[in-house]
Ligand binder design. Structure first.
Ligand code: ADP
Ligand code: MG
Length: 578
């Protein structure tokens, strides 16, 4: 438990002055509280001795102490609970900042719902530990210590009986605490499963409808929910034993003290006031003991959750800037793949690719699906690092440069486009600060989207995604192209970016793009000969290897995969023309 707390130590340190103030309030509150029974005892003795003025004085003291206690209790809660909220806020920000740095590879092997569960539910448990958990822990320990100290000094024999069950209580706390920890861990893991399930169902709701899987999904969800309840009940069951067990121990103690102390009073060994005082202290101990159960619960839950958050924080970004990155400010945009091998868990996607793309040249990559085209181009913005070999920009190994700087040079249209729940203008200007309306419009025009946008009721201010209209596949692709163009990048990468656009629109976009492509390095992936034929060089990939390369004319001449592709598409065109 302590090592996992290392993460929060730095936050606690950040709020050390606030914590000190909160602790000050806590100590003063506990002191005021500890003096109360003394006054009660004195007041009772004064009453028994018919010293009325003395009684009034002690009674006044009692009222004063109650006021002081209330005041500091308020301060303690406001300050410490407030700090736990601040820490939650900091931790959440840091968690998000960290999540943003993690490479696509991490998200490839992690479920979104799991990350979301950790960022919400677990974070909450950590806050409960740091706020109420720490506060009640300190408060009850101090109350306990003070009460015991006074009790021992008043009558050590009676105090001994009163503390008889203490070792049993500690034993119960340790044993039950461990159980609560593991059971709570299981619950949080279940919650992650459920979150993931919900998230996947919501994202894939169309699939579920299309395949009429609503009932089946509901059933699966119900099963998961049942399991979640079962896990929760397991925790409740152990908590259900824990609390009463503590109360039985406490009740037993009261019995013993009443018995022994009652005899003492009858025999005149102690005054009735002392006896009442003693019992009041005993009453004071009840709350700490009960709170102990609750606090142990909070602490165990918090530390289980903190472990889960730490798992994310411990993930080091696989792609991070080197200590002294080489500057790329003057980059011309020459890209070279040198003996590049790329292996995923599933197998080899690139198998020794050597390819030099001169600055300003346009290279087209064709090949069957699964031949490694997307993998190849995703190495350029360093979304992944190659397993072997190197990718160089202007002769500099990408691993020696700051990935952010590399990516700023590149306009990338990935095969799967993603639009945010924002306006079209915001989506197109994504990643470019202070883009003017004119620039956005211009980019949309080049991408062949301007006409579509003008047809929308709110034009460029139309919301897309979850909170707005749904764009067609082709419109999404063109929005992504506009986004890439607006960055005015040295290098433009289009990964099958026109696949959902009809041939006519494609031709129009390509004509517009020709102007943009001039002077930039361009990598173009496509299945269509019409798209790639103008490229300076065409590269054919097969099973992660380059099997053909040359100009359109050369490859047609060579009579390989590309020539076949040409012939097929020419035939198709002729058939369409009929
Ligand atoms: P293409 O773009 O030519 O269709 P890809 O580069 O997408 O080909 O894929 C090449 C191979 O690598 C395929 O077999 C694919 O299953 C695999 N692959 C691609 N991306 C990943 C990934 N993130 N994790 C594991 N395997 C992948
Ligand atoms: Mg692909």
């Amino acid at each position: 438990m302590w090592e996992s707390l290392a993460t929060v130590r730095k936050y606690l340190w950040r709020y050390r002055w606030g914590m000190a103030a909160g602790t000050g309030c806590l100590v003063l509150k506990d002191l005021a509280q500890a003096v109360q029974p003394l006054m009660i005892g004195r007041a009772v003795d004064a009453l028994a001795g018919a010293h009325n003025s003395l009684f009034v004085r002690f009674a006044a003291w009692l009222v004063g102490l109650a006021l002081i206690k209330g005041l500091f209790q308020y301060g303690m809660r406001v300050i410490i609970i407030g700090i736990s909220r601040d820490i939650e806020y900091d931790l959440r920000n840091d968690l998000f900042a960290h999540l943003v740095t993690l490479a696509p590879e991490y998200y490839g092997r992690t479920r979104t719902g799991d990350v979301m569960a950790r960022a919400t539910n677990d974070l909450n448990a950590v806050r409960m530990m740091l706020g109420p958990g720490v506060m009640y822990c300190a408060e009850t320990s101090l109350t306990f210590a003070l009460a015991v100290a006074v009790m021992v000094s008043v009558d050590w024999r009676l105090a001994f009986y009163a503390l008889l069950p203490a070792p049993l209580v500690s034993l119960a706390v340790i044993l039950f605490g461990r159980q609560i920890h593991t059971r709570f861990e299981a619950i949080q893991a279940m919650f992650s499963d459920i979150s993931s399930r919900v998230q996947e169902n919501l994202s894939g709701v169309r699939m579920i409808r299309a395949f009429v899987q609503e009932k089946a999904e509901l059933r699966r969800f119900e099963e998961l929910n049942q399991e979640f309840i079962a896990h929760n009940l397991k925790l409740v069951r152990i908590q259900g034993v824990f609390q009463p067990l503590l109360e039985v121990l406490i009740g037993f103690t009261f019995l013993v003290v009443l018995w022994v102390g009652g005899h003492d009073v009858v025999q005149g060994r102690i005054s009735i006031g002392s006896f009442i005082m003693f019992n009041t202290y005993m009453g004071m101990l009840v709350w700490p003991m009960i709170a102990l159960g609750w606090v142990v619960n909070l602490m165990q839950r918090g530390s289980a959750s903190l472990d889960r958050i730490n798992q994310i924080l411990r993930e080091t970004p696989t792609i991070a800037p080197p200590p002294a990155p080489v500057s790329l400010r003057e980059a011309r945009g020459e890209i070279e793949f040198r003996g590049v091998v790329m292996e995923y868990g599933s197998g080899r996607a690139l198998d020794g690719v050597d390819l030099r793309i001169p600055a300003g040249a346009t290279i087209a990559v064709v090949g069957h699906t699964g031949s490694g085209k997307s993998t190849l181009v995703s190495l350029a913005p360093r979304l992944f690092d190659p397993t072997a070999g190197a990718v160089l920009l202007d002769g500099i190994d990408l691993r020696r440069a700051d990935p952010a700087e590399v990516r700023r040079l590149i306009g990338f249209v990935p095969q799967e486009t993603f639009l945010f729940s924002a306006t079209l203008a915001e989506n197109i200007a994504f990643g470019v600060e202070h883009a003017t309306e004119e620039q956005v419009r211009r980019a949309a025009e080049i991408a062949g989207l301007a006409g579509d946008i003008e047809g929308f009721p709110q034009g460029y201010q139309t919301m897309v995604g979850e909170r707005g209209i749904t764009l067609s596949g082709g419109q999404k692709q063109r929005a992504a192209i506009a986004r890439a163009i607006l960055r005015d990048p040295r290098i433009l990468i289009l990964d099958d970016a026109l696949s959902s656009v009809d041939t006519l629109t494609e031709e129009r976009i390509l004509t517009h793009l020709a102007g943009v492509m001039r002077g930039r390095t361009v990598i173009l992936i496509s299945h269509r000969v019409s798209t790639v034929r103008q490229a300076d060089r065409i590269v054919v990939l097969e099973k992660g290897r380059i099997v053909e390369q040359g100009t359109h004319a050369e490859l047609v001449e060579a009579g390989g995969y590309y020539a076949d592709l040409c012939q097929k598409q020419m035939l198709e065109e002729e058939l369409e023309a009929i």
